[in-house]
Design a protein around this ligand. Structure first.
Ligand SMILES: [Fe+2]
Length: 413
């Protein structure tokens, strides 16, 4: 048993008991104690790890899959303290069925909070609505944040260092706050615990057909979409969208889903597009080793507006954030068999096929549309239509959140 966390837990217990264990007061008490005990200043991570590995006198450990891993360092019947290690970058956008507070013990994180409004429940485990970003902050080591159960506290964390470590003081569960929805921006909320085993097996079986190159893949998915209810149809679309697009079957599959479910289906399309965008950036990030590039891709993945992205870059790097972005863009530019890519923006094929010019033109377009520079001579030589195509390509990619407001809102999409 780690004596530091025993004292921290006892302190929380005493304060909460003095307030008759009123649930609404727990987040504030947990936050106050974390700030007072300051684990980031007083806990030596190496000692903590040694103690856990070598001393059998540890609190009861759950089989939770949360954290990488989760260690429980204090527990009683009302609440417990967990240490969460994070090796991957990100958590889903989620709410909680518990309350308390967390403290960044090591590393730092991008923390985004959201509102989910205009809710239309489809089933008890699946909702449509509008997920809007409220705020993004950079949480440095030592920061403490309260957690409230239910939809008032929807958030995501992207951990920038490996490992990042957080201390969480939390209740076991807050009655009435289930399910603990996870959100797929911009329009879907779902209960990740509600696993429909039949749908899971069907998705896996479709993956087998895909891997085998089976010609029936597209037609059978279309038949399924004609039969399935909204929720299960969504999960099949989510699983199959990329493959259907590669097979040229996407338009038909979407038309079937839209015809079957009418206007209720409309929020699904931007949600699937955002899933594809996020998967693409996450895959690119996994292939990139440069620390600054990984940081920039994390921002594109997680921060929804230009102002916050520039603010966070300024907090970490000297000089103009736009100049830094311009440099990162140039370093991240790559040429593949499918064309010239600026992160996930593809150089428009209609602008000639002189590939030797693509890189310079694309970077000039980025410097113009994103960084506000005057059009370079190579941009001035382009037709108005070609220049608009370049702007549209940036808008249709993760650069969209970096476009100044005017271009972003006036665009067609
Ligand atoms: Fe959380």
């Amino acid at each position: 048993m780690n004596p530091f966390f025993s004292q921290l837990g006892q302190s929380v217990y005493d304060l909460w008991k003095a307030k008759d264990f009123r649930p609404a007061l727990f987040p504030e008490i947990a936050k106050t104690c974390l700030q007072k005990f300051a684990p980031s200043k007083r806990v030596d991570l190496d000692d903590l790890i040694s103690n856990f590995l070598l001393d059998d006198r540890q609190p009861y450990q759950t089989s939770s899959g949360f954290g990488q891993p989760e260690l429980i360092v204090y527990e009683n019947t009302r609440f417990y303290i967990q240490i969460l290690f994070w090796l991957d970058g990100t958590t889903d956008i989620h709410q909680h069925g518990f309350s308390g507070a967390f403290h960044v013990l090591a590393g730092s994180s991008i923390h985004s909070s959201f509102n989910f409004t205009q809710i239309t429940p489809v089933t008890s485990h699946f909702q449509l609505g509008d997920l809007k970003l409220k705020e993004t902050q950079l949480l440095e080591t030592g920061t403490t944040v309260m957690i409230h159960s239910g939809p008032s506290c929807i958030h995501s964390l992207f951990h920038l260092e490996t490992p990042s470590v957080t201390v969480v003081i939390r209740t076991h569960s807050d009655p009435g706050s289930d399910p603990q929805f996870t959100y797929l921006p911009p329009h879907v909320g779902l209960d990740p615990v509600n696993n429909d085993a039949l749908t899971t097996r069907r998705k896996q079986l479709l993956d087998v057909l895909e891997a085998a190159g089976n010609e029936d893949y597209g037609p059978i998915v279309v038949k399924m979409l004609k039969e399935l209810d909204f929720e299960r149809g969504f999960f099949i679309l989510q699983n199959c969208v990329s493959t259907l697009r590669n097979l040229g079957c996407w338009e038909k599959a979407w038309a079937v889903f839209l015809r079957k479910h009418g206007p209720m289906a409309l929020p699904v399309l931007p949600t699937l597009e955002e899933i594809i965008r996020r998967d693409g950036i996450a895959a690119l990030r996994a292939s990139v080793e440069d620390v600054e590039h990984r940081f920039f891709l994390a921002l594109l993945l997680n921060v929804g507006n230009r102002e916050d992205i520039l603010k966070i870059i300024s907090s970490r790097f000297e000089g103009s954030p736009l100049a830094t972005i311009s440099r990162w863009g140039e370093e991240l530019l790559r040429i593949t068999e499918s064309g010239t890519w600026l992160v996930d923006a593809l150089f428009p094929s209609e602008i000639g096929n002189d590939e030797t010019r693509h890189q310079g033109v694309f970077l000039a377009a980025m410097n113009h549309f994103i960084c506000g520079q005057k059009p370079s001579p190579e941009l001035r030589r382009l037709s108005k239509t070609d220049l608009e195509s370049l702007g549209q390509s940036l808008h249709d990619s993760s650069w969209r959140n970096l476009l100044p407001e005017k271009r972003s809102s006036s665009s067609k999409k």
